[in-house]
Design a protein around this ligand. Sequence first.
Ligand code: CP
Length: 325
Amino acid sequence: MPTPAPNPHLPFGDQRGAPWYGKDILSVRQFNREDLEYIFAVSHEMRTMVERVGTFDLLKGKILANLFYEPSTRTSSSFTAAMERLGGSVIPINEVKYSSVTKGETLADTVRTLECYADVVVLRHPETGSAAIAAKAARKPVINAGDGTGEHPTQALLDALTIREELGHLDGLTITMLGDLKYGRTVHSLARLSSLYKVKLNYVSPDLLRMPAEIISELKASKMEQTEHSSLDPVLAETDVLYVTRVQKERFENEADYEKVKGAYVIDKATMKSAKQRMIVMHPLPRVTEISMDFDEDPRAAYFRQMEYGLYVRMALLAMVLGKA
Ligand code: CP
């Protein structure tokens, strides 16, 4: 669907007829390839503007409620920075124990409260499906910033932008996902988003942490080429994007299982000798031990650059759902 022309009866930059105005962003399943091209283009403009002027007034007067029930460094601070770079302001609720949540307030009521004061709500929550519950209760847009082991759509968008910016395209690439594929919401979202392109996905994990069967079947239905392995060796040489994830201790029901798999893979200089020279290593971060710091200076280590792309994508998404992109 082509992007509609701006409405001439609205002030400059105000495109309330735009397709994303007022929409929730809950899952990567909402997006098609054209949407991604549009998001990449707006993100690119955001980058240009940040480099040129730093901060500008596209969302002046708009307020974001940043509601985080789980810890976050990148997602929380990049949404805050995105809103402030666009001239808006933020209600930060990064520690729900100081909010009325501790008095037993439901998620729906908390979101209904915040939308009285804000124009958009960004939500991170430990339960899968929580963002959809919040969106059902809210009249204003809700953006899913990670719902339990479910999805992390804005991370997948910034991951896709990173791949495109770093390697020029997604079609034809081999993406190898490594580590905690069971609980890792970032890999769930990125695998689904990858099905919009002609990519091959390799899943490398301990048996306990395999990619959920429902995601594999979902992608099989869209004719995605997928393989599963317990070792990186057979697939490293063909890999264009190595997407490394942390084994998430906080998601395990018993500590003995975590102990069995916690150090399953470590990427370091020695491992990467058999990888291509033109490829990238990504990680949603935080990392623990799965990528050695001795690899950080390698030009293929894209994980710090990846974080910066997140700022531009989140600026684009805020502008889109608030009708200014
Ligand atoms: N990638 C990511 O979601 O990081 P944070 O948990 O720090 O937000």
